[in-house]
Design a protein around this ligand. Structure first.
Ligand code: C5P
Length: 225
């Protein structure tokens, strides 16, 4: 069966500041969204990209995509979870692929090695995600220090996340719309499936804050020289 990558780009990216949402800003002359698109479409096992964008973003998407062609562009929802759900329902009505990768547009620098690890892990699981170890001390607390959390048992979870299509669609349909989910692996897990962990990549860092963009610009310049 087919493997389709969903790129969710319907967010407003308010934490990143700037006049335009972060997925449309440029790094190395290319929109963040276009970087993510190119890395996915260049992978030999990915058959097509489904793009999820927000209302009123049509013009920005066209400019950012610069002639690149997804299999379809659909409208997202008010939360990331609703945007992903819309994409899954679209694919279901268009014949259902066997595998989906779900990726944040705000993570432009994914490597083919990460995609290889994810798809490899799907041989033994219905879901696979890239994670990184936590290197800082992690502590609860608001104004004063609370309990320290054992960092050896926690992970930083990235995207893309890879899933057997039938199972992630069913899991999304079961998940309550009122409960916010910041990724899709927790939705698959809640439906009773194990999610395999594979090694992530520091380059996959999500662009979130204003300073992330100048850092990314430097990383990108460095990776080409
Ligand atoms: O806001 P956050 O950084 O968690 O967003 C992660 C990804 O989800 C981004 O690529 C963003 O564009 C996307 N998103 C979406 N629909 C929303 C909110 C976020 O597609 N309503």
């Amino acid at each position: 069966g087919a493997t389709i990558a969903i790129i969710v780009a319907a967010g407003r990216g308010e934490r990143a500041g700037g006049d335009i949402p972060k997925q449309f800003r440029r790094i190395g002359g290319r929109a963040v969204l276009a970087h993510a698109f190119d890395r996915l479409v260049e992978h030999s096992e990915i058959d097509g990209i489904l793009l999820v964008t927000g209302e009123g973003q049509e013009q920005a998407v066209m400019e950012a995509m610069g002639g690149r062609s997804p299999i379809a562009t659909i409208l997202g929802g008010a939360t990331r979870q609703k945007s992903v759900r819309a994409a899954l329902e679209h694919l279901a009505s268009a014949g259902s692929p066997s595998t989906v990768l779900i990726h944040d547009a705000a993570r432009p620098f994914l490597s083919s090695a990460v995609i290889d690890r994810l798809l490899g892990a799907l041989d033994d699981a219905k879901g696979a995600i890239p994670v990184l170890p936590v290197v800082d001390t992690i502590a609860l607390g608001d104004n004063v220090l609370g309990e320290v959390v054992d960092r050896s048992v926690i992970n930083r979870v990235q995207t893309p996340q890879a899933f057997a299509f039938a199972e992630i669609l069913a899991a999304h349909r079961l998940w309550s719309a009122e409960t916010d989910a910041t990724d899709d692996a927790q939705i698959l897990r809640a439906a009773g499936h194990d999610v395999a962990l594979v090694m992530g990549d520091r380059m996959l860092e999500k662009l979130t804050l204003p300073e992330d963009f100048s850092a990314a610009e430097k990383v990108f310049a460095g990776s080409r020289s």
